[in-house]
Design a protein around this ligand. Structure first.
Ligand code: SAH
Ligand code: DHB
Ligand code: MG
Length: 229
């Protein structure tokens, strides 16, 4: 099995099941033209996020890591009328590209893009009364994932869904002594998922055009306000 094959199968699935979409295609083209790294979710993972948010009946979504707004557009499209998405991005250049992409998709009134480090922005998010969030997508700087998970849980409700991208890292997640802070952070977050009684979780390995990685899926199973430990 090779990355070429995974990419070919991703293309096959995407051509079959992910309808061509001018705004999503334009978002990727504009992101590439502006020199943004091509680390957005794949089209089929984007569609999975859309499906999960729909299944969740999400009305309020929180995203960590906007980049050019590709995953943002997928998630915002899952919202019903009156739904809102807050997305947090630390790089002003990424945010500028994302803002234009989100506007082109007709979603400027749905998406609230905030520029700054996520941990600095979260107090404002919490004060904003959009919480609890029905759905959270964590996809920013990986070393902060344990903190992002902890803060997301506090902004959740019974039944909220939290998705964390990039938890397999080409299999490096099993390297106990890894010198990669992102890997160590994912391992710490996984320990939190095991110990945290207010959630139940799984994680899946994926292959595709972005190589070998995966995501974690966390369901909040008791009211986060009721601290159980
Ligand atoms: N979710 C996007 C990809 C995000 S890539 C998609 O799938 O389309 C990760 C993004 O997180 C980058 O744009 C990076 O600038 C941003 N980021 C890095 N550190 C951050 C921080 N501390 N707070 C908020 N965003 C951060
Ligand atoms: C990286 C970040 C991502 O969110 C991703 O999906 C893939 C790679 C990275 O920082 O390398
Ligand atoms: Mg990612």
């Amino acid at each position: 099995m090779s990355k070429e094959q995974w990419t070919a199968v991703d293309r096959y699935l995407t051509d079959l099941l992910v309808a061509p979409d001018a705004a999503l295609d334009a978002a990727l083209a504009a992101s590439a033209a502006a020199g943004l790294p091509a680390i957005n979710v794949t089209p089929n993972l984007g569609k999975l996020l859309f499906l999960l948010a729909r299944m969740q009946g999400a009305r309020n979504i929180l995203e960590f890591g906007t980049l050019g707004g590709y995953s943002t557009i997928w998630l915002a499209r899952a919202l019903p009328a009156g739904g809102r998405l807050i997305t947090l991005e630390s790089d002003p250049k990424h945010a500028e590209v994302a803002r234009a992409n989100i506007a082109r998709a007709g979603l400027s009134n749905v998406v609230d893009l905030r520029v700054g480090r996520a941990l600095d922005l979260l107090p404002g998010v919490a004060a904003d009364m959009r919480a609890p969030f029905d759905f959270v997508f964590i996809d920013a700087d990986k070393p902060n994932n344990p903190e992002y998970f902890a803060r997301s849980l506090e902004l959740s409700r019974l039944g909220s869904l939290i998705i964390v991208d990039n938890v397999i890292r080409n299999g490096a997640v099993i390297e106990e002594d890894s010198s990669d802070p992102g890997v160590q952070a994912v391992r710490r977050m996984n320990e939190m998922l095991r110990a945290e009684r207010r959630v139940t979780a799984t994680a899946l390995q994926t292959v595709g055009s972005k190589g070998y990685d995966g995501f974690a899926m966390v369901l909040v199973t008791s009211d986060p306000k009721q601290r159980s430990q």
